[in-house]
Design a protein around this ligand. Structure first.
Ligand SMILES: [Zn+2]
Ligand SMILES: [Zn+2]
Length: 275
């Protein structure tokens, strides 16, 4: 399908639905994010609740935890995820749309981005996320902020996918949504570019919290270690932790050895067994 066809279909969609820029950025982005979370977290949570398929159990990073996830745990995590993504997410996205509008960072919605423009948003989004997330996350580990807000997210010493959005609403805005949309704002990204980035980022954070280190995709050992030890590995990519020395214990740990892409079907625990 050529880009001209995409452009025509997009214009037709806008004309026929009458959806405004505001509606698409707020409600559209929320619906799209929910779809990604339901599909990705749904797969992980299915494995958590049913302990199936059996062949996947060996990829658990902390075996014996949340095996299975109880209905009470599931209810608790779904409820908070819904509050954060819908009741907190929609007003936050409305503010983001307003802020982007008054700062001149909203491109013409009718003109679809080029493939290069979409690609460009991804590293920008990743760098923006890493910087804002690392420092805000560290701030939330200060005594007062931890006790009042971040402790909720750390109830999960062995996280599950939906724990990615299990946090105090204030933390959800500052440590999750602002870092997520910082690169979008900086690059003046189109809605479609933003949605591509949001899908990648949400899939990444859901996987980082999943409690599984699956083969052939990036390792989720580091953030799992953060949930286990609390004061190690605050970032996502690792270079700010290296720079600030907040990965010293992690580097000496077995998790650090296991923190690599698995290129076969053997689990990280099989390749690097406990001593
Ligand atoms: Zn976390
Ligand atoms: Zn933390």
């Amino acid at each position: 399908m050529s880009c001209e066809v995409c452009q025509k279909l997009w214009e037709r969609f806008l004309d026929e639905t009458g959806a405004s820029c505001f509606v698409l950025w707020t409600f559209g982005t929320t619906l799209f994010s929910l779809l990604v979370v339901v599909v990705v977290a749904g797969l992980f949570m299915f494995m958590d609740v049913t302990n199936l398929p059996k062949s996947m159990r060996k990829y658990k990073i902390q075996p014996g935890t949340n095996e299975p996830l109880t209905s009470e745990q599931l209810r608790k995590v779904v409820k908070t995820a819904f509050i954060n993504m819908v009741l907190v997410g929609i007003p936050t996205l409305a503010c983001f749309h307003k802020f982007s509008s008054i700062t001149g960072r909203l491109p013409d919605l009718r003109i679809l981005p080029t493939f290069i423009e979409i690609l460009y948003t991804i590293p920008a989004g990743l760098l923006g996320f890493e910087f804002f997330f690392y420092y805000s996350h560290r701030l939330f580990h200060s005594k007062y902020l931890y006790k009042s807000f971040h402790k909720k997210h750390h109830e999960w010493t062995s996280p599950v996918a939906l724990a990615a959005v299990y946090s105090h609403p204030l933390e959800h805005v500052i440590c999750s949504m602002i870092p997520l949309y910082l690169g979008v704002w900086l690059t003046k990204a189109h809605l479609i570019s933003a949605w591509v980035w949001v899908a990648i980022a949400l899939t990444g954070t859901l996987h980082d919290h999943s409690g599984y280190h699956l083969p052939f995709i990036s390792s989720s050992e580091a953030h799992d270690f953060h949930h286990l030890k609390f004061n190690q590995f605050y970032g996502v990519l690792g270079f700010l932790d290296w720079l600030h020395g907040t990965d010293d214990l992690f580097r000496q740990s077995k998790s650090s050895k296991r923190h690599r892409n698995l290129l076969g079907t053997r689990s990280a625990r099989e390749v690097f067994p406990d001593d």
